[in-house]
Design a protein. Sequence first.
Length: 307
Amino acid sequence: MATVSGIHHVTAICDTAGQNIAFYADLLGLRLVKRTVNFDAPDSYHLYYGDETGRPGTLVTFFAWPDALQGRLGTGQAESIAFAVPPGSIEHWADRVGRRGINAEEVERFDERLLRFHGPDALRLELVEAEVDTEPWAGGSVDPEHAIRGLYGVTLAVEGYERTADLLGTMGYDPVGEERDRFRYTVTGDAGSILDVRCRPDLRRGRIGVGSVHHVAFRTADGASQREWRETLAERGLDVTPVLDRKYFESIYFREPGGVLFEIATDGPGFTVDEPEASLGEELQLPEWLEPRRAEIERDLPMIFYR
């Protein structure tokens, strides 16, 4: 049976690309590993951040939609993204984000220390002290002793968690804890192995927009295992897309029973297929089927201004 080995990436929606780069690269110290476009709507940027090479499990990505409405938090969404930082790093990060005028709150959850705050588009973010066997990007703006090691996990908001939990069991996730309305699941893997499900019948349905998570992608090794997953999900009655070529990986998409958009993405081929590791993220990259439209696409894309 094919397995997933944690989260591959999380994709959210931001307002402007420049503000997004200033926050996630300059403040959080992640590497901008790919500057491309939304393949389904190439008049908007798609930005990828991660470790030195953008390995699965370290990636957070953004569609830049400057004219979109603000998202509304609710059920059927991932309500927050959590990054892993080394134990003893919370004070460093509280000071770092505080100097940018960002209000942050230190809390404990499942006996772990974490710092929660909002990104520039009101996206909910968390830094969790955790032992994760990954290395930060050496060229980042944060002291490597405290730098982000990759994704820790995400929190999903659903009206009722039972059917979501059943699907997670099929995907190889095991229940490991419960606190009030929060149910924790984990899968054997590297970074991004934690998934929290919050049962929130008090909330109305969420609305996708600026400051919200668009989808959560899970890792699978290759195309063969991905095809197995597609068959398994279809047998469960889920509406699964065909395999889509995303150039840096292949993807299938479906909505889990609680309404959150899930993706299963292959680990490869990775981000060095169209530019060398040393210069990842420096130039606009397009898939070969959009390359004939490069002049038109570059003309229509907004200029990136850094704040």
